[in-house]
Design a protein around this ligand. Structure first.
Ligand code: ARG
Length: 754
């Protein structure tokens, strides 16, 4: 109890000092001059505002890349940065993980062994992966907000926004040359347009083995002290004329407008640190009731279902290397979210986030009540928000269980859902009496089946029958036990009777009899599809039954808490009105932002101080040959033993691996460049720390840190470990002239003597 009270008071003090702290905030680049520049200069920035963000001249923003798996992305799974005049990019290993996994097999296990292209010809294309570079952004608020009114319905509002922006977007796209995205900010109080150039030929250039890139695994994930070389290397290619193009052999490396020079001078406490990237989402303007909702009903079922799935996957992955490769990327993604939710939920409790929000909400209500016109506009806002969350509370738990364990439970159920369209066509074909029309329907069936045949290999590439059978059993059982009887599909009840409640036996039956259980059976079926076979298929029957149960559940949930969007918009507006002198930053929404701060240590708890750097000897301390999260590669060990660090060593001769800053980042920022006052790359941001996991809901100045892999470790691995020095040669590296050690000592001795 005591600890909690102390923390609560500490948190309040921190929260009030929050406004003055410059490290909080994910700022919009176009306002750098107005809002942040002077403060950044004070902290150590030496660049001009134009060198950071300019529409007409090349600037730092031109080196920042959003990574996505779509040709016209609205969001980015990670950030990368251009580091050479040949379109070379650095990002995290966990950002390249999916691409590395796709190229991996038992024969070429790049996840385990790493991958290094020793020439341009060896660089590997990645179908579907894109790299977006921001051309410019524009404030559309004044063209949109005056056209909207508070009496409009939310749907009417969205339609109006769409209508107003469609012409603006069309003009900005310059006949499809650019990807134009308009997004709302501050819960619909402001609107901005982002114009991107999207490059579609992105090739894998290098990746360390997972024993370096994922060192510490899920155990160390989200935690400090950290010793992970979390980086991978890609390159953007363009058509020979420099324009974006799909992969083609004759494509050439991108000639970027700007690339980041690299500094190997290292970091000291309090050094300025600037981070650019694409933070995905935060909810810093959530009310106490919103946080309570998450804590009570939203997180628990996700944590429980993800945990069960991870455990089942892991059993099979540990037993079979091929399964391990196949499931590596899926597992990493779910494990990352799972631990995040656990940490966030714990952070909300430990730091009394709800109590803190309640204090703030009460203050806001007081401010509203003090003025009749405020009362009229905002009087019921907090009550409206509370009520909306209350309404949503009933529906969310069953929906989460049903979505994760039912429709999203196993791969076979996901495959089965893809057959719905084909089934409809088969029914139409069967019912058609007219001969000619029937033949036409048959043609459509053939066409659809052919399309499905072409994607079959891809679907089953990362699938293992025995693993999925187990997952199916575990997830189906959870569905059955967690959801009330009225949400049990008839098919499931029937099967439970048949197998006397034995979910493993049911799974055996499904996987022995379903045409979707392996690609050979699926292929044979699609070559000659039959309605009867499909209708009998046990996986297909369950998938259809799930859809019928879950769809109404989903629409019912969607109809709840309708007033939330509007109330949150007014709430955000009121907060800003109450504090007219405070500079506000919008919640993260997968648009380009920067955050600035310093290299800093922290104290996680009573009597414990954390240093802000980790070293290669720390990797050796963590080594455990029996635990594959902590294996150390023999080559790395050898380099450690011979201290062969070249120019990448710190001044004291050690090898620095990671460091900490107090920048404000979140998921999506992974891979973001950490830049010093001179605009040089000093590291790659890759994680947040355990003590501040609730940071997406509230920034925690004294506890929140960004975990960065030092660029010197990155270059050391590329050069000394992988022998890919040609990649280092491509970079523009700056190093303050090293002082010869012996002369310095001599002068100091001389000084003493004199
Ligand atoms: N927690 C990091 C993020 O969400 C990902 C770290 C990946 N590393 C790992 N061991 N799973 O960006």
């Amino acid at each position: 109890m005591k600890k909690l009270t102390i923390l609560f008071v500490a948190f309040l003090i921190l929260a009030t000092s929050m406004q003055m702290k410059a490290d909080e905030g994910m700022w919009l680049p176009m306002y750098v001059k107005r809002l942040n520049f002077v403060d950044m200069q004070k902290k150590g920035l030496q660049l001009t505002a134009e060198e950071i963000y300019s529409v007409n001249h090349s600037s730092l923003k031109d080196a920042i890349v959003g990574l996505a798996n779509s040709p016209r992305p609205r969001g980015y799974f990670c950030t990368a940065e251009i580091v050479s005049d040949q379109g070379l990019m650095f990002t995290n290993h966990h950002c390249g993980y999916n691409a590395i996994q796709k190229h991996s097999s038992l024969e070429y296990d790049y996840l385990t062994d790493g991958f290094w292209a020793m020439s341009r010809e060896e660089e590997l294309p990645n179908e579907g992966m894109t790299a977006s570079i921001l051309v410019y952004m524009e404030d559309l608020t004044d063209s949109i907000i005056p056209m909207l009114s508070d009496t409009m319905s939310e749907a009417g509002r969205s339609a109006a926004v769409r209508k107003i922006t469609s012409r603006i977007k069309e003009r900005a796209s310059e006949d499809g040359k650019y990807n134009v995205i308009v997004k709302s900010f501050f819960e619909g109080n402001e609107y901005y347009m982002f114009v991107y150039q999207v490059y579609k030929d992105v090739r894998l250039v290098g990746a360390p083995p997972s024993s370096i890139g994922k060192f510490g695994g899920d155990t160390d994930n989200w935690m400090w002290p950290r010793h992970t070389g979390d980086f991978s290397i890609f390159r953007i290619y363009t058509a020979p004329d420099g324009s974006p193009a799909e992969y083609a052999k004759e494509n050439i490396p991108l000639k970027p407008k700007h690339f980041l020079p690299v500094s190997i001078d290292g970091v000291k406490e309090n050094d300025f640190a600037l981070i650019w990237g694409f933070p995905g989402s935060t909810e810093r303007y959530l009310t106490a009731s919103g946080v309570q909702y998450k804590e009570d009903v939203y997180y628990p079922p996700i944590i429980e279902t993800f945990g069960a799935k991870l455990e089942t996957w892991k059993k099979h992955m540990d037993a079979d290397q091929e399964v391990k490769i196949k499931y590596a990327s899926k597992h990493a993604g779910v494990a990352n979210s799972w631990k995040y939710l656990i940490g966030q939920s714990k952070g909300i409790k430990d730091l009394n986030v709800i109590g803190q929000k309640k204090v703030f909400d009460a203050e806001l209500q007081k401010w509203i009540d003090a003025d009749p016109s405020r009362q009229e506009k905002y009087g019921t806002v907090l009550a409206d928000i509370d009520q909306a969350w209350e309404e949503k509370k009933d529906g969310i738990e069953p929906l989460i269980y049903a979505s994760i364990t039912g429709m999203g439970g196993s791969d076979i159920i996901a495959f089965a859902q893809k057959y719905s369209g084909l089934k409809e066509l088969l029914v139409l074909q069967k019912e058609e009496k007219d001969k000619k029309k029937k033949a036409k329907k048959a043609g459509q069936v053939r066409e659809t089946a052919d399309k499905m045949l072409t994607s079959l290999a891809g679907d089953y590439k990362n699938y293992d029958l025995a693993t999925d059978r187990d997952v199916f059993a575990v997830m189906t059982e959870m569905y059955y036990k967690k959801l009330p009887a009225d949400l049990h599909p008839e098919e499931l009840q029937k099967m439970m009777k048949k197998f006397k409640g034995d979910f493993s036996a049911y799974a055996e039956y499904v996987f022995a009899n379903s045409l979707m259980a392996d690609s050979v059976r699926a292929k044979a079926f699609l070559q000659d599809p039959s309605l009867k076979t499909l209708e009998k298929d046990p996986a297909f029957r369950l998938a259809e039954a799930y859809i019928q149960k879950i769809m109404p559940l989903r629409s019912e949930f969607m109809s709840k808490g309708q007033g939330l969007d509007k109330a949150e918009r007014l709430y955000t507006q009121a907060i800003r009105e109450m504090q007219p002198d405070k500079a506000f930053y919008p919640d993260a929404n997968s648009t380009m932002r920067f955050t600035y701060g310093q290299v800093l240590p922290y104290d996680p708890r009573d009597a414990v101080e954390y240093d802000y750097v980790t070293h290669l000897y720390g990797v050796m301390e963590k080594e455990d040959p029996d635990n594959d999260e902590f294996i150390v590669d023999p080559k790395l060990k050898e380099l450690y033993e011979t201290k062969d660090y070249g120019p990448y060593a710190a001044k004291d001769g050690s090898m620095v691996v990671c460091f900490l800053t107090n920048n404000d980042i979140t998921g999506g920022n992974s891979g973001s460049p950490v830049i010093n006052g001179k605009g040089e790359l000093i590291g790659l941001a890759f994680d947040g720390n355990w003590e501040a996991m609730s940071s997406d809901i509230g920034f925690i100045p004294d506890l929140q840190r960004t975990i960065v892999v030092d660029v010197r470790y990155v270059l050391f691995i590329i050069d000394k470990f992988a022998g890919a020095g040609h990649l280092v040669d491509e970079l523009s590296i700056s190093q303050a002239a090293p002082k010869p050690v012996h002369t310095r000592i001599k002068t100091e001795i001389q000084v003493l003597v004199e």
